[in-house]
Write a protein that binds this ligand. Structure first.
Ligand code: AMP
Length: 270
């Protein structure tokens, strides 16, 4: 598999590809969750390019940009095993050569929930996604349901700004015990991992009772940022019908997110 470091190399490589191209955008530290996205892309495209870039724009000043795991060799191996043809792994200087630059705004949807806890995060996400779509020029781009708000904002960006790409959602990949796979899970100690399971347990409980689910979280050591049922499209809070239940919080110093679709007509909400 080809590892591509520069924009010039990527552009000339892209020009050689005949047939459909799928892209999977990642920050590296690839795990089985990323593998499900690559598998899905490989099944539906002639060529799959994986991008691997820890995007400084989407990290706050006190977040884990410096310590975010960087495992390029292992990532390339996993992507190749899953059938990707190339990995685009640029440096920060290659992606952002000039200091102040034009960027994309995620709008109102980018300032709530994750965006309220991480100001500027989604502007950073959509800016890098816009750049990577322009660079890779894929027919289809694959994103995980794990980052539900990100997925919805990217859908809106592609719709509102007329990017010629199909956005494909891939269901959440979980460890056998229910924990949503995440590059940040490797920060967790054994006991923190136990605590982290409360997130997926609460989402399961939300199917029958939002009240019991909230109590599970309140009684745990998870420092909850939000636990909320929203309309899956608008991300506005809701208390009826088909909803997306989103949860986020810290376990020790590690911030985790998870979500599930829940029919609130079957769930007690008082
Ligand atoms: P990241 O490297 O964390 O930025 O994630 C890259 C892509 O993989 C995003 O579209 C994520 O939503 C997706 N992803 C990460 N973890 C999972 C998971 N457990 N299940 C499904 N998709 C995931």
């Amino acid at each position: 598999m080809k590892i591509i470091k520069t924009i010039a190399q990527l552009r000339s490589y892209r020009a050689t590809l005949i047939g459909s191209v799928g892209v999977v955008m990642t920050m590296g530290a690839l795990h089985d969750g990323h593998a499900t996205l690559i598998k899905e892309a490989v099944a539906h495209n002639d060529h799959v390019i994986v991008t691997n870039f820890v995007n400084p724009l989407q990290f706050g000043p006190n977040e884990d940009f410096d310590k975010y795991p960087r495992t390029l060799d292992a990532d390339a191996e996993l992507a190749e095993t899953e059938g990707a043809v190339a990995m685009f792994a640029p440096t920060v200087e290659e992606m952002y050569p000039s200091g102040p630059f034009v960027s994309v705004s995620a709008g109102a949807m980018g300032t709530k929930l994750e965006g309220a806890v991480r100001p500027g995060h989604f502007d950073g996400v959509v800016t890098v996604v816009a750049k990577l779509l322009n660079l890779v020029q894929p027919d289809k781009a694959y994103f995980g349901q794990k980052d539900a708000q990100q997925l919805q904002i990217i859908r809106r960006m592609v719709f509102d700004l007329n990017f010629p790409v199909e956005i494909q959602a891939v269901p959440i990949s979980r460890d056998p015990d229910g924990l949503a796979r995440s590059s940040r899970n490797r920060y967790l100690s054994a006991s923190e991992r136990e605590t982290a399971l409360t997130l997926s347990k609460a989402l399961k409980t939300a199917g029958t009772s939002m009240t019991d689910a909230r109590k599970l979280l309140d009684d745990s050591d998870v420092d909850v940022d939000y636990f909320i049922a929203v309309n899956p499209e608008t991300l506005e809070e809701t208390d009826n019908g088909e909803a997306l239940v989103l949860v986020a919080g810290k376990v020790g110093t590690t911030r985790l997110i998870d979500n599930a679709f829940v029919n609130l007509s079957n769930s007690l909400t008082t």
